[in-house]
Design a binder for this molecule. Structure first.
Ligand code: GDP
Length: 176
């Protein structure tokens, strides 16, 4: 089989998390394989698509909604997660408060989003491990208890970014 062979499954994916944890940077790394130290903040939300090959016959195409993390946009979030089949909840491993915010997003999703939504928790800025404020063990334990996928990643270096989206793709319902 070559390019274009097989089936494509589309899923709506929403990114949530505190401002400045690196949501937009993760999307830019995944979609364009680029990183910019001086990005401007997302206003409202931005939309991207990117495909992930799952196997020779199957491709998952994510329709990605990158939401602004600022408190003043928080009331808009339900509009983005309401019909989402997957959510990526991001925190910054150097900012303990951003991990608490991430847990609040997970709770909100588990109460209000589609009950079948696939949720991935992502500890971003893994390249700054020397300034770590949230341990891998703590996050992994929380993710297990809350039934979330979990990755530590770095939008800056690209570490684990493709792996993250691939692990989500593999969790999606792909009927043949
Ligand atoms: P957002 O508000 O959550 O979308 O965050 P941004 O993507 O705008 O990133 C906020 C800041 O963190 C920017 O200055 C980015 O360059 C920086 N940043 C994002 N991801 C990483 C990362 O993985 N490592 C490091 N060191 N900085 C990052």
């Amino acid at each position: 089989s070559g390019p274009g062979a097989g089936k494509v499954f589309n899923f709506k994916l929403v990114l949530l998390g505190e401002s400045a944890v690196g949501k937009s940077s993760l999307v830019m790394r995944f979609v364009k394989d680029q990183f910019d130290d001086f990005r401007e903040s997302t206003i409202g939300a931005a939309f991207f698509t990117q495909s992930v090959p799952v196997d020779d016959n199957t491709t998952v195409k994510f329709e990605i909604w990158d939401t602004a993390g600022q408190e003043r946009y928080k009331s808009l979030a339900p509009m983005y997660y309401r019909n989402a089949q997957c959510a990526v909840v991001v925190y910054d491993i150097t900012q303990a408060a951003s991990f608490e915010k991430a847990k609040n997003w997970v709770k909100e999703l588990q109460r209000q989003a589609d009950p079948d939504i696939v949720i991935a928790l992502v500890g971003n800025k893994n390249d700054l491990a020397s300034r770590r404020a949230v341990t891998t063990d703590e996050s992994q334990a929380y993710a297990n208890e809350a039934h979330l996928l979990f990755q530590e990643a770095s939008a800056k270096t690209g570490a684990n970014v493709n792996e993250l989206f691939k692990s989500i793709a593999k969790k999606m319902p792909l009927e043949s």
